[in-house]
Design a protein around this ligand. Structure first.
Ligand code: GRF
Length: 213
């Protein structure tokens, strides 16, 4: 069994391609001192991502790195990793980052890239997870925080929260219900990591008690 990270204040980078509500929820948990961390930089692959404005409003450094400026994924990720290393980032938080992570990024931050997915994995990976869940007809869905590996939403699961699916739900209503849980679960996972309580063995994650408790 290996400890994911030693206890201590976390220096985070958040990667987002869109709206940035998960980024904001993490920022709020930091403001309230529920989470012992700082967001050193918000990086987006999209020039117009709302997340960039949200980060500016929070006084957090923003960076737009355009994958099209590079000859391939490897070069793009090498540039990304350079920026992360330059800021001594401990942990990378994907929050609506709409790209698969490749070898260069993964090997530089092994077990140190997290993602949140709006379904109970391994059900409904990939895009439009909430619609997939509705179309399938499940009665319970939710969200999953997991470590990123080379697959699409396939890495070791750290925490999941379930929500009911009602007959009257459409994609928007279900997405909202799931998002409320996302906004609670992501920072809680980060705080458990900051407390040094998250352990990994193969693909199973274990949460220990606070040492001395
Ligand atoms: C969330 O539903 C998250 O689970 C998924 O992308 C969405 C991002 O939303 N990975 P936001 O940009 O954090 O508001």
């Amino acid at each position: 069994m290996k400890q994911l990270m030693e206890a201590g204040h976390l220096k985070l980078a958040v990667l987002a391609s869109g709206r940035g509500s998960n980024f904001d929820a993490i920022g709020q948990a930091i403001d309230k001192k529920d989470l012992d961390a700082e967001i050193a930089v918000l990086i987006s692959d999209q020039p117009n991502a709302q997340a960039l404005q949200k980060a500016t409003a929070r006084g957090i450094e923003i960076l737009h790195i355009n994958p099209r400026d590079f000859s391939g994924r490897g070069d793009y990720e090498a540039a990304l990793v350079d920026e992360l290393k330059a800021r001594n980032i401990d942990l990378v938080v994907l929050a609506g980052y709409m790209r698969l992570v490749g070898k260069v990024f993964l090997s530089a931050y092994q077990n140190r890239i997290l993602n949140i997915h709006p379904a109970l994995l391994p059900s409904f990976p990939g895009l439009h997870a909430q619609k997939q869940a509705l179309d399938y007809g499940v009665k319970i869905s939710g969200c999953t925080v997991h470590i990123v590996d080379q697959g699409m939403d396939t890495g070791p699961i750290i925490m999941q929260k379930a929500v009911p699916v009602y007959d009257t739900d459409d994609e928007e209503v279900l997405s909202k219900r799931i998002l409320q849980e996302e906004h609670q679960v992501y920072w809680r996972v980060l705080q458990l990591i900051a407390e040094g309580r998250v352990w990994i063995k193969d693909r199973r994650i274990f949460i220990s008690n606070i040492p001395g408790d």
